[in-house]
Design a protein around this ligand. Structure first.
Ligand SMILES: C[S@@+](CC[C@H](N)C(=O)[O-])C[C@H]1O[C@@H](n2cnc3c(N)ncnc32)[C@H](O)[C@@H]1O
Length: 328
């Protein structure tokens, strides 16, 4: 993997909705906050400068150089723990006052051709944030046609998924698909490209990245881990980048939204105490922010404050988590 540039001044990732995230976390002097998606440390730095202690977590080993810079500047208030945020309660070990998750890929990951995240940059079809497990090439070259189509549809909302899957299966019969550019060309050939529309490979690349990194599973597990970890009154802020993730976050904070309507012929359902209070409306970036940082365009922030009610067991039901295995 490529080495990152270790200067915060030249950090290539511009933090999204930074002021809004800080307002949602309201970090008091002396508070401890978990930054579960450390990246280039943009949120962590702002929280440290506001007087909080920060535990930075990231599963990408390439962020270490950014963490080292913060460690040198704030030796007693910052520590970095490598790992996946699904286990953030075990990694943080101890009650905390805030958790922030900024889901998705960083600019460093997207811009580095060797990571294979971008259809605009020729590179190996990898897409693993943590460098472990199956690559995107493994999935593309091994899934059955129907399963591949279901994956592109469920995780990428790609309506032309069957046509794309068919082309992939035909192409890989001759030779495995190895690079981002090969796959992008194949998709463009399968479904065409209209001038002015987004690149035809956008949705398929999103779907593959989500599957390779189990992003929905990580999100669900991470939300429940934060629920277990936060003290009463503690705050959770989550920035997501597409509607499939946002639906999960929204329903997690307000389970009533995902619940089926109760039949009037059944006994009254028991109303459980809410684990989250002060859940404001979703916050989106201003026109000024999207003008300055086009990558912030689809960002959406949701937050809430932990009540005294005991944490729930992890439960995927009602969160609207897309599935592709065993899907119709
Ligand atoms: C959008 S960037 C975060 C940028 C950061 N807020 C900043 O200001 O620099 C997302 C980061 O989260 C990491 N990440 C994504 N999913 C993760 C997971 N499940 N566990 C730990 N880190 C994860 C990625 O490796 C990436 O570095």
């Amino acid at each position: 993997m490529a080495k990152p540039v270790a200067s915060q001044q030249s950090a290539p990732h511009v933090p999204v909705l930074l002021a809004e995230v800080l307002a949602a976390l309201a970090p008091l002097d002396g508070a401890t906050i978990v930054d579960g998606t450390f990246g280039a440390g943009g949120y962590s730095r702002a929280l440290l400068e506001a007087g909080a202690s920060v535990i930075g977590i990231d599963r990408d080993p390439n962020v270490r150089a950014f963490a080292d810079v913060l460690k040198a500047e704030f030796p007693s208030r910052f520590r970095f723990v490598p790992g996946a945020f699904a286990e953030l309660d075990e990694l943080a070990a101890g009650p905390v006052d805030g958790v922030v998750l900024d889901i998705g890929v960083s600019s460093m990951q997207l811009d580095e051709p060797g990571r294979g995240f971008s259809f605009l940059r020729e590179g190996p079809l990898d897409m693993r944030m943590g460098g472990e497990g199956d690559t995107a090439a493994d999935l593309v070259n091994s899934l059955e046609e129907a399963e591949l189509a279901n994956l592109l549809f469920a995780y990428g909302e790609e309506r032309k998924s069957r046509r794309i899957a068919h082309s992939i299966v035909a192409a890989r019969a001759a030779q495995p698909i190895a690079t981002t550019a090969e796959l992008a060309r194949l998709i463009e050939g399968a479904i065409g490209r209209k001038p002015g529309d987004m690149h035809p490979a956008t949705r398929s690349f999103q779907a593959l990245r989500i599957a390779v990194n189990d992003e929905f599973g990580q999100l669900v597990e991470g939300l429940f881990a934060a629920e277990r970890l936060l003290t009463e009154g503690g705050r959770l802020a989550v920035v997501s980048f597409h509607s499939l993730e946002d639906r999960i976050v929204k329903r997690f904070f307000d389970p009533e939204k995902g619940a089926p309507t109760q039949s009037r012929h059944l006994p009254q359902a028991v109303v459980e105490a809410s684990r989250w209070t002060s859940v404001p409306r979703a916050v989106k970036p201003s026109a000024i922010e999207t003008g300055r940082n086009p990558r912030s365009r689809s960002a959406i922030l949701r937050s809430g404050q932990r009540s005294a009610a005991p944490a729930r067991s992890v439960n995927y039901a009602g969160l609207g988590v897309p599935r592709f295995r065993g899907a119709a």
